[in-house]
Design a protein around this ligand. Structure first.
Ligand code: SAM
Length: 279
């Protein structure tokens, strides 16, 4: 499929706090667009006014994205240049836009990024945690049972984990991370990045949990929580020791009993030990 006019969709990143992070190219694209599709037009109006950008804005948010996308795609088919922005950072990253981008691409309209701030990447860049591979998990479920189940499925993940969190839930989420991943797991809490009260706390999950619980200031603002991946080397060493003990015990005990005791003694997974008997 090919586009009829020369319409185009620009995906424009905006600042996550510090207005000086709106790039000159982002300003140029926003100024030159026929229309700005904004997550919240009132919120974006303040940013646009700051830079003297008078381009008309329409709302595109999670509740109207489906219907609005068709209308915007039609306008781009007719030749309009549209810039998509969200309230902060990079659109589509825990923000609306995915449906619009998909619809535009399906219609053969060019979609071009104007990269800039993204809280997850900004936090990763200062955390000092392994950054060669990482997993962006976005927001955790709001309810504790669902949140713990979600975290449980990530226990063995060896890549650095990145979560977004709000001030209402940061204390509970940190507590759940400590319970599920263990209080000793290394983590970094990046708060209010690029803003006046920017704070990057570094420690174990137990330490961060205690700090946030005891200091109300550390519960204010916006957060990125980064959790170190499961230590693959430590897990492998535990399993090797588990096998050694398991083999010794197996000479005297039934395999299931030997696996249970070896797991208790070494911390290796009982199932992983027992599975070696069956394989
Ligand atoms: N699209 C945005 C991006 O590129 O980062 C994220 C939008 S998401 C709705 C908002 C969440 O991003 C906040 O709840 C917080 O977890 C994180 N966030 C945004 N700005 C931040 C900042 N200045 N410092 C720390 N976290 C921030």
């Amino acid at each position: 499929m090919s586009a009829q006019g020369t319409g185009k969709l620009w995906i424009v990143a905006t600042p996550i706090g510090n207005l000086a992070d709106l790039s000159p190219r982002a300003q140029q694209v926003l100024r030159g667009a026929d229309l700005i599709a904004a997550e919240d037009t009132r919120h974006s109006a303040a940013l646009l006014a700051q830079f003297g950008i008078a381009t008309r804005a329409v709302a595109l948010h999670e509740h109207n994205e489906r219907e609005k996308s068709d209308e915007l795609v039609q306008r781009m088919r007719d030749g309009a240049q549209i810039a998509l922005v969200s309230d902060a950072g990079t659109p589509l990253v825990s923000d609306p836009g995915f449906r619009l981008v998909r619809a535009a691409r399906a219609a053969g309209i060019a979609v071009s990024p104007v990269p800039g701030a993204c809280a997850a990447i900004a936090a990763l860049s200062v955390a000092g945690l392994p950054s060669d591979r990482f997993v962006f998990e976005g927001f955790l479920p709001a309810k504790s049972a669902a949140r713990r189940a979600h975290l449980q499925a990530l226990v063995a993940e060896t890549r650095t984990l990145i979560f977004y969190e709000s001030s209402h839930r940061i204390e509970e989420s940190l507590g759940d991370c400590a319970k599920v991943f263990g209080g000793d797991r290394h983590a970094v809490l990046a708060r209010e990045l690029t803003k006046i009260y920017e704070t990057v706390l570094d420690g174990t999950l137990a330490q961060l949990s205690a700090r946030v619980a005891s200091d109300a200031d550390q519960r204010r603002g916006e957060f990125v929580l980064l959790v170190a991946g499961a230590d693959a080397d430590a897990d492998a060493a535990r399993l090797a020791e588990g096998h050694r003990v398991f083999e010794l015990l197996r000479a005297e005990l039934a395999p299931s009993r030997a696996a249970k005791l070896a797991a208790e003694i070494t911390g290796a997974s009982r199932k992983a030990l027992y599975d070696t008997v069956e394989s």
